[in-house]
Design a protein around this ligand. Structure first.
Ligand code: NAD
Length: 480
């Protein structure tokens, strides 16, 4: 529940094993990245709790009909609508994201719940007639989806609500029980969503949420042979570690990105500038699909940069609770210091900061950096913050080569009205998504989403694909 002290609310929440609150003395304290005030606490779980959560999930309970799964997800959606302002306040308080971004995120999670509910009402079973070849006979083969026994879902901090919704809602739609291990940096929002699902009538064995030391919770859950699937969203380093320790089970990895916005010489420059700023600065630049490199044709670079600097002034950076603020903090001061250091390194290599770049605690001003060398750390590795590094290219071959030159392969945005260019990028970029005249992050919550190379194994999420991940396909055949 929420307790008000000196006018500032703090939320005191618990980990849950199958709906039962964990009443340990060990508390995780959550502080605001903006002013370091205590935002809330969570009771921590230990290794025995992880084991208990596995056992409770596997013990099971009543299986839900499609209509019941639909009703629970739809009821959760309605509860989210009723409480969206309170939840947005928690997102903003614990993550430092601007309140306007937090409100936007509740809308996205709404869509996730709505689409997952809708999918419960559909059956994607297939029928194969067997009399279709010379060796065939009069039989039919049918497919149906079966839930997995148990899923472990591990989520990052950058969308405290939506990342969690994208794991849990599809699993529930599939009928697969989940143990959720949300980010220690943003646990309060995740627990609030879990509580909404319980309140909406989700059978308790279907969901546990555990926070605790990695060695006691996340690591043993990932390795446990009774777990059928680990669905992970987070960094490349942790994702690859999970891939190497999970053993014989399904592993879904949605990892980092280093997405380009590529601006061709024919581009509508106002559109290009708008997409660059939105892509680089929204959510404090902390989206896996944020614009992390802006690649501009050399012939239009000067005009583009001038307009981008002017546009950047609109992205006021400051108190996340202020509704006028467009860019709140990054996740913590250490992250802001890292970003500052990669800017300094680029400057030492000859880059120039044209606007922004100043840091106050965990706040980092939206920053335009030009003349960024192609080997600068800030563009070779993922920079998870409001940085807008501009690099130039000479022609489309150079743009494609430069775009494909990092280890990542999540998404991309191209600004052009030239169809031949658009088609070449769609064919030749080594990425999971190519968006023409949109930001790399553009999607709807049910469309397939996910990357290749270091960004993921090419297995898509998005509500519909994620539901498939949480099931296996059973075939049966009958004489006909
Ligand atoms: P992170 O990898 O540090 O943490 C993610 C989660 O993994 C957290 O819950 C953390 O507690 C847990 N974890 C840490 N060590 C673990 C271990 N040894 N075993 C199992 N779990 C462990 O990532 P983060 O800093 O929270 O999030 C930022 C990263 O996530 C960025 O790289 C971003 O690009 C990526 N991301 C990817 C997508 C996508 O869909 N591709 C979406 C959002 C964010």
């Amino acid at each position: 529940g929420s307790h008000v002290k000196n006018g500032v609310p703090a939320w005191h929440l618990t980990s849950y094993i199958a709906g039962q609150p964990i009443t340990s003395q060990q508390l995780l304290k959550v502080h605001s990245p903006y002013d370091n005030r205590l935002v809330g606490t969570v009771t921590l779980a230990g290794k025995a709790d992880a084991t208990a959560a596995i056992e409770k999930a596997l013990q099971g309970g009543t299986a839900l009909s499609r209509y019941e799964r639909f009703s629970i997800l739809d009821k959760t959606r309605q509860l989210l609508v009723e409480r969206k302002e309170a939840i947005a306040q928690i997102i903003s308080a614990e993550s430092g994201l601007a309140i306007r971004e937090a409100r936007y995120e509740t809308g996205r999670a709404h869509d996730v719940l709505m689409f997952a509910a809708m999918e419960c009402l559909k059956d994607d079973g297939q029928i194969f007639s067997c009399d279709i070849s010379p060796t065939g006979k009069a039989r039919k083969i049918f497919t149906q989806r079966e839930p997995l026994s148990l899923a472990v879902c591990i989520t990052p901090f950058n969308h405290p609500l939506n990342q969690v919704a994208h794991k849990i809602a599809p699993a529930i739609a599939a009928g697969t029980p989940v143990i959720l291990k949300p980010s220690e940096k943003t646990p309060l929002t995740a627990i609030k969503l879990v509580e909404l699902l319980y309140e909406a009538g989700l059978p308790k064995h279907m969901l546990s949420v555990l926070l605790g030391p990695t060695a006691e919770i996340a690591e043993p859950l990932v390795k446990d042979p009774r777990v059928d699937i680990v669905s992970f969203t987070g960094s490349v380093a942790v994702g690859k570690h999970i891939a190497s320790t999970a053993g014989y089970k399904k592993v879904i990895l949605e990892l980092g990105g280093n997405d380009p916005l590529i601006v061709m010489e024919d581009a509508d420059l106002d559109l290009a500038v708008n997409l660059a700023a939105e892509g680089a600065y929204r959510n404090s630049g902390q989206r896996c699909t944020a614009v992390k490199r802006i690649l501009v044709h050399e012939s239009i670079a000067d005009t583009f940069i001038q307009k981008l600097v002017a546009k950047t002034k609109e992205y006021t950076c400051g108190d996340p609770a202020n509704p006028e603020t467009r860019v709140g903090t990054v996740i913590d001061e250490a992250a802001a210091i890292y970003l500052e250091s990669v800017v300094e390194q680029a400057v030492a290599q000859g880059a120039r900061v044209l606007i922004g770049g100043k840091r106050h605690g965990a706040l980092l001003e939206p920053t335009v950096i030009v003349n960024v060398p192609r080997n600068a750390v800030m563009v070779v590795r993922e920079s998870f913050g409001p940085l807008a590094p501009v690099l130039t290219f000479t022609d489309i071959d150079d743009a494609i080569r430069l775009s494909n030159s990092t280890d990542y392969g999540l998404s991309s945005g191209i600004v052009t009205n030239n169809m031949a260019y658009a088609l070449r990028f769609i064919r030749e970029l080594k990425v999971g998504t190519v968006n023409i005249n949109e930001v790399p992050g553009y999607r709807i919550e049910s469309s397939p989403f996910g990357g290749i190379k270091d960004s993921g194994l090419g297995i898509k999420e998005g509500v519909i694909e994620a539901i498939k991940c949480f099931t296996y396909v059973k075939t049966f055949s009958l004489p006909w």
